[in-house]
Design a protein around this ligand. Structure first.
Ligand code: PRP
Ligand code: URA
Length: 210
Protein backbone atom coordinates (compact mmCIF):
# COMPACT_ATOMS: atom_id res chain seq x y z
CA UNK A 1 0.00 0.00 0.00
CA UNK A 2 1.18 3.54 -0.79
CA UNK A 3 2.88 5.11 2.24
CA UNK A 4 0.42 8.04 2.22
CA UNK A 5 -2.61 5.76 2.58
CA UNK A 6 -3.80 5.03 6.11
CA UNK A 7 -6.35 2.21 6.24
CA UNK A 8 -8.04 2.31 9.64
CA UNK A 9 -9.04 -1.20 10.56
CA UNK A 10 -10.23 -0.74 14.16
CA UNK A 11 -13.07 -3.22 14.88
CA UNK A 12 -15.45 -0.45 15.98
CA UNK A 13 -14.97 1.28 12.65
CA UNK A 14 -15.35 -1.91 10.64
CA UNK A 15 -18.51 -2.92 12.53
CA UNK A 16 -20.17 0.46 12.01
CA UNK A 17 -19.20 0.49 8.34
CA UNK A 18 -20.80 -2.91 7.83
CA UNK A 19 -24.11 -1.52 9.10
CA UNK A 20 -23.75 1.49 6.77
CA UNK A 21 -23.17 -0.79 3.78
CA UNK A 22 -26.39 -2.73 4.44
CA UNK A 23 -29.04 -1.54 1.98
CA UNK A 24 -31.73 -1.96 4.68
CA UNK A 25 -30.10 0.61 6.99
CA UNK A 26 -32.33 3.69 7.02
CA UNK A 27 -31.43 7.38 6.85
CA UNK A 28 -31.48 8.08 10.60
CA UNK A 29 -29.10 5.22 11.42
CA UNK A 30 -26.93 5.90 8.37
CA UNK A 31 -26.52 9.56 9.32
CA UNK A 32 -25.71 8.67 12.92
CA UNK A 33 -23.09 6.16 11.86
CA UNK A 34 -21.57 8.66 9.42
CA UNK A 35 -21.20 11.00 12.40
CA UNK A 36 -19.57 8.37 14.61
CA UNK A 37 -17.23 7.05 11.91
CA UNK A 38 -16.20 10.57 10.94
CA UNK A 39 -15.17 11.30 14.51
CA UNK A 40 -13.20 8.07 14.78
CA UNK A 41 -11.47 8.67 11.43
CA UNK A 42 -10.90 12.36 12.14
CA UNK A 43 -9.31 11.42 15.47
CA UNK A 44 -6.86 9.14 13.64
CA UNK A 45 -6.17 11.69 10.90
CA UNK A 46 -5.24 14.30 13.52
CA UNK A 47 -2.79 12.01 15.30
CA UNK A 48 0.24 13.93 13.99
CA UNK A 49 -0.94 17.45 14.65
CA UNK A 50 1.88 19.33 16.34
CA UNK A 51 1.52 20.44 19.93
CA UNK A 52 3.59 22.84 22.00
CA UNK A 53 3.82 23.39 25.71
CA UNK A 54 2.01 26.45 26.99
CA UNK A 55 1.91 27.79 30.51
CA UNK A 56 -1.38 27.43 32.35
CA UNK A 57 -2.43 27.59 35.96
CA UNK A 58 -4.42 24.70 37.40
CA UNK A 59 -6.33 25.21 40.67
CA UNK A 60 -3.19 23.77 42.32
CA UNK A 61 -0.19 25.27 40.52
CA UNK A 62 1.33 26.74 37.39
CA UNK A 63 2.38 24.12 34.84
CA UNK A 64 3.37 23.65 31.22
CA UNK A 65 0.78 21.64 29.24
CA UNK A 66 0.44 20.70 25.55
CA UNK A 67 -1.79 22.63 23.15
CA UNK A 68 -2.18 22.46 19.36
CA UNK A 69 0.53 24.72 17.96
CA UNK A 70 1.55 26.55 14.84
CA UNK A 71 -0.74 25.95 11.93
CA UNK A 72 -4.39 26.00 12.83
CA UNK A 73 -6.95 23.70 11.28
CA UNK A 74 -9.45 23.94 8.43
CA UNK A 75 -12.14 21.41 7.56
CA UNK A 76 -13.25 21.35 3.92
CA UNK A 77 -16.36 19.25 3.25
CA UNK A 78 -17.14 18.37 -0.35
CA UNK A 79 -20.91 18.98 -0.71
CA UNK A 80 -23.20 17.42 -0.09
CA UNK A 81 -22.12 14.31 1.75
CA UNK A 82 -18.98 15.82 3.27
CA UNK A 83 -21.07 18.20 5.38
CA UNK A 84 -22.06 15.36 7.71
CA UNK A 85 -18.39 14.48 8.22
CA UNK A 86 -17.24 18.06 8.85
CA UNK A 87 -20.02 18.66 11.40
CA UNK A 88 -18.95 15.55 13.28
CA UNK A 89 -15.24 16.36 13.32
CA UNK A 90 -15.89 20.00 14.27
CA UNK A 91 -17.37 18.73 17.55
CA UNK A 92 -13.87 18.04 18.83
CA UNK A 93 -11.95 20.79 17.00
CA UNK A 94 -14.44 23.66 17.46
CA UNK A 95 -11.88 26.33 16.49
CA UNK A 96 -11.31 24.83 13.03
CA UNK A 97 -12.51 27.06 10.20
CA UNK A 98 -14.87 25.34 7.77
CA UNK A 99 -14.79 25.96 4.01
CA UNK A 100 -17.26 24.45 1.55
CA UNK A 101 -16.65 23.11 -1.93
CA UNK A 102 -19.76 22.20 -3.93
CA UNK A 103 -19.10 19.51 -6.52
CA UNK A 104 -21.39 16.98 -8.12
CA UNK A 105 -20.53 14.20 -10.54
CA UNK A 106 -22.13 14.55 -13.95
CA UNK A 107 -24.46 11.57 -14.33
CA UNK A 108 -23.31 10.72 -17.87
CA UNK A 109 -19.60 11.57 -17.89
CA UNK A 110 -19.01 10.95 -14.14
CA UNK A 111 -16.73 13.97 -14.23
CA UNK A 112 -16.85 16.46 -11.35
CA UNK A 113 -18.65 19.78 -11.81
CA UNK A 114 -17.92 22.57 -9.32
CA UNK A 115 -20.85 24.82 -8.38
CA UNK A 116 -19.76 26.48 -5.13
CA UNK A 117 -16.60 27.40 -3.25
CA UNK A 118 -16.19 29.40 -0.04
CA UNK A 119 -12.78 28.84 1.54
CA UNK A 120 -11.27 30.48 4.67
CA UNK A 121 -9.14 33.46 3.58
CA UNK A 122 -6.10 32.25 5.54
CA UNK A 123 -6.20 28.70 4.13
CA UNK A 124 -2.49 28.97 3.22
CA UNK A 125 -1.54 28.97 6.90
CA UNK A 126 -3.86 26.15 8.00
CA UNK A 127 -3.56 22.40 8.21
CA UNK A 128 -6.39 21.29 5.92
CA UNK A 129 -8.65 18.24 6.24
CA UNK A 130 -10.78 17.62 3.15
CA UNK A 131 -13.69 15.32 4.03
CA UNK A 132 -16.03 13.30 1.81
CA UNK A 133 -17.40 9.82 2.60
CA UNK A 134 -16.63 8.45 -0.88
CA UNK A 135 -13.45 8.43 -2.99
CA UNK A 136 -14.60 6.77 -6.22
CA UNK A 137 -12.87 7.96 -9.44
CA UNK A 138 -11.09 10.60 -7.36
CA UNK A 139 -12.34 13.39 -9.63
CA UNK A 140 -14.13 15.33 -6.88
CA UNK A 141 -11.21 15.09 -4.44
CA UNK A 142 -8.64 16.08 -7.10
CA UNK A 143 -10.70 19.10 -8.21
CA UNK A 144 -11.15 20.19 -4.58
CA UNK A 145 -7.45 19.91 -3.78
CA UNK A 146 -6.50 21.68 -7.06
CA UNK A 147 -8.75 24.52 -5.93
CA UNK A 148 -7.28 24.62 -2.40
CA UNK A 149 -3.69 24.58 -3.65
CA UNK A 150 -4.48 27.49 -6.02
CA UNK A 151 -5.48 29.41 -2.89
CA UNK A 152 -2.17 28.54 -1.22
CA UNK A 153 -3.02 25.47 0.86
CA UNK A 154 -0.07 23.11 1.17
CA UNK A 155 -0.68 20.81 4.11
CA UNK A 156 -3.65 18.67 3.08
CA UNK A 157 -5.15 15.43 4.41
CA UNK A 158 -8.09 13.70 2.73
CA UNK A 159 -10.45 11.74 5.00
CA UNK A 160 -13.08 9.40 3.56
CA UNK A 161 -15.07 6.39 4.71
CA UNK A 162 -14.95 4.17 1.61
CA UNK A 163 -12.43 4.40 -1.22
CA UNK A 164 -11.83 2.60 -4.51
CA UNK A 165 -8.32 1.60 -5.59
CA UNK A 166 -8.85 3.65 -8.77
CA UNK A 167 -9.62 6.77 -6.73
CA UNK A 168 -6.62 6.39 -4.46
CA UNK A 169 -4.35 5.90 -7.46
CA UNK A 170 -5.75 8.94 -9.27
CA UNK A 171 -5.65 11.17 -6.17
CA UNK A 172 -2.08 10.30 -5.25
CA UNK A 173 -0.91 10.62 -8.87
CA UNK A 174 -2.36 14.13 -9.02
CA UNK A 175 -1.39 15.07 -5.45
CA UNK A 176 1.42 12.85 -4.13
CA UNK A 177 1.87 15.08 -1.08
CA UNK A 178 -1.63 14.40 0.29
CA UNK A 179 -2.25 11.91 3.12
CA UNK A 180 -5.37 9.73 2.77
CA UNK A 181 -7.30 8.24 5.71
CA UNK A 182 -9.99 5.69 4.89
CA UNK A 183 -11.96 2.97 6.68
CA UNK A 184 -12.05 0.73 3.59
CA UNK A 185 -10.42 0.19 0.22
CA UNK A 186 -13.06 -1.68 -1.74
CA UNK A 187 -12.69 -3.95 -4.73
CA UNK A 188 -13.23 -1.62 -7.70
CA UNK A 189 -15.61 0.73 -9.50
CA UNK A 190 -18.66 -0.46 -11.40
CA UNK A 191 -19.31 0.60 -15.02
CA UNK A 192 -21.32 3.49 -13.59
CA UNK A 193 -18.36 4.48 -11.43
CA UNK A 194 -19.96 3.43 -8.16
CA UNK A 195 -17.73 1.78 -5.59
CA UNK A 196 -18.41 -1.94 -5.22
CA UNK A 197 -19.33 -3.40 -2.81
CA UNK A 198 -19.51 0.20 -1.49
CA UNK A 199 -22.54 1.62 0.27
CA UNK A 200 -24.42 3.27 -2.60
CA UNK A 201 -24.87 7.01 -2.98
CA UNK A 202 -23.62 8.52 0.27
CA UNK A 203 -25.37 11.88 -0.16
CA UNK A 204 -28.73 10.26 -0.87
CA UNK A 205 -28.39 7.92 2.10
CA UNK A 206 -27.33 10.68 4.52
CA UNK A 207 -30.00 13.14 3.47
CA UNK A 208 -32.74 10.69 2.51
CA UNK A 209 -33.11 12.03 -1.01
CA UNK A 210 -33.80 8.71 -2.70
C1 PRP B 1 -20.31 11.68 -4.35
C2 PRP B 1 -19.38 11.65 -3.16
C3 PRP B 1 -18.15 12.31 -3.69
C4 PRP B 1 -18.12 11.87 -5.13
C5 PRP B 1 -17.10 10.79 -5.28
O1 PRP B 1 -20.89 12.92 -4.49
O2 PRP B 1 -19.91 12.26 -2.01
O3 PRP B 1 -18.18 13.72 -3.62
O4 PRP B 1 -19.42 11.37 -5.42
O5 PRP B 1 -16.98 10.41 -6.61
P1 PRP B 1 -15.64 10.66 -7.45
O6 PRP B 1 -14.51 10.22 -6.60
O7 PRP B 1 -15.85 9.77 -8.65
O8 PRP B 1 -15.58 12.10 -7.81
P2 PRP B 1 -22.03 13.20 -5.59
O9 PRP B 1 -21.42 13.60 -6.88
O10 PRP B 1 -22.98 12.03 -5.64
O11 PRP B 1 -22.73 14.50 -5.04
P3 PRP B 1 -23.70 14.69 -3.76
O12 PRP B 1 -22.85 14.52 -2.52
O13 PRP B 1 -24.19 16.07 -3.91
O14 PRP B 1 -24.78 13.64 -3.84
N1 URA C 1 -20.40 8.55 -4.94
C1 URA C 1 -21.11 7.84 -4.03
O1 URA C 1 -21.84 8.43 -3.22
N2 URA C 1 -20.99 6.51 -4.03
C2 URA C 1 -20.19 5.85 -4.88
O2 URA C 1 -20.13 4.60 -4.82
C3 URA C 1 -19.47 6.60 -5.83
C4 URA C 1 -19.58 7.95 -5.83
Amino acid sequence: MHKNVHLITHPLIQHKLTIMRDKDTGTKTFRGLTHELSQLLGYEAMRDIKTELIEIETPITKTMAPAISGKKLALIPILRAGIAMADAIADFVPNAKIGHIGIYRDHDTHLPVEYFAKIPADIDSRQVFVVDPMLATGGSAIMTIDNLKKKGASNITFVCIVSAPEGIEALLSAHPDVEVYTAAIDEKLTENKYITPGLGDAGDRIFGTK
